[in-house]
Design a protein around this ligand. Sequence first.
Ligand SMILES: *Cc1c(COP(=O)(O)O)cnc(C)c1O
Length: 427
Amino acid sequence: MQFSNTTLELAQTLDAQDELAHFRDAFVSDDPNLIYLDGNSLGRLPKSTVGVMQHAIEQDWGRRLIRGWNEGWIQTPLELGKKIAELIGAEPDEVIVTDSTSVNLFKLVIAALRAKPDRTKIVSDIFNFPSDLYILQGAIDLLGQKHQLELIPSIDSMTITPEAVKTAIDTHTALVCLTHVAFKSAFMYDMAAVTRQAHQAGALMLWDLSHSVGAVPVNLHEAGADLAIGCTYKYLNGGPGAPAFLYVRRDLQTELESPMWGWLGAANPFAFNLEYTPASDIRRFWVGTPPILSLKAIEPAVNLLLEAGINRLRAKSIHQSEYMIFLAEQWLTPLGFTIGSPKQADQRGSHVSLRHAEGYRMNRALIEAEAPDVTVIPDFREPDNIRFGIAPLYNSFTDIYRAMERLKTIVANRLYERYTSERSGVT
Ligand SMILES: *Cc1c(COP(=O)(O)O)cnc(C)c1O
């Protein structure tokens, strides 16, 4: 994509041409001085969620009390799963919303490894989110240290080549467990190609969709994926710590066994049997009583994504990412930045990392600005990445313009020197 100039007018023209621009009004954003580019970590609050939550608390909980369970609550994890299935190319009975991403990963990893008892290798990559790697390490420990974890390396610390994937997967591999879009560089795998490689070697394939769902089209069935997990509080805008989802392809649902035998994973929970018999469907990966209030907050946000359409969102996200990269190349690479995300759109998710040795302090300067300076919220990932999440549902081209312009000012005028590089709290 070509951009003719670096004027604010161009950003405004692009906004005027954007057929999804009106979705911005569906979100709470009452501070015109705030540029929010962290929707890949915590999505914004949809206005409709406020009313849904008020109803859930005052009416459903307040008035209906325990009757709520039979008036729809108990179905919520499966009903929401059906909606999310639409976003990830799954069948309605293959997804459930429950527990956290890390916990869901644990359940599926143990299930997968026990389904391949003769195989001793797990393949992941050096880009994976630490929690995913820790869960894999913990699973190996729990199963008696019989498995080895091999991490696919990267040559350029930005992408992973198909050859590197091929080299890592062999006939000892039980499970290939990868995050579709890398949290730091935004590198995106060719899901179908990697899944094919895993299957050719006889391994199971598990995808973490935390940074893809709601941002890029995902089609688990077309790719032939076996298992998947993902967050709902990032691009799905489900609220801080909202429950995660898990996917198990239907033909594997009776073959794989959850390591956590909770009552809601049983074939007939309300029989209160003393012996566990697992449900024969996706419910067997359900453990205990679902957090109804947190689940309720997810649906309005998913409805907005379905209404906008993932293909249109992806087209806008690519356009905006290229615009950000264009401005960064015009303004920031001359000031010592490098682009930490792949240039090719089909290898990149929906965020852009800009790297600079002083990235930590610059990130603080962006976030801790005082009016009349604009506050920009991206986030920082060690050692030097400032990560700008682009949520095409509510980010405008003007947001991107103002964020890049502000960063340029901070760097050119050395405003970041007022901040220490000592790390503190959640970054
Ligand atoms: C955000 C993220 C998680 C978070 O897991 P939680 O259990 O919700 O804390 C896990 N994996 C990946 C790849 C993520 O991006």
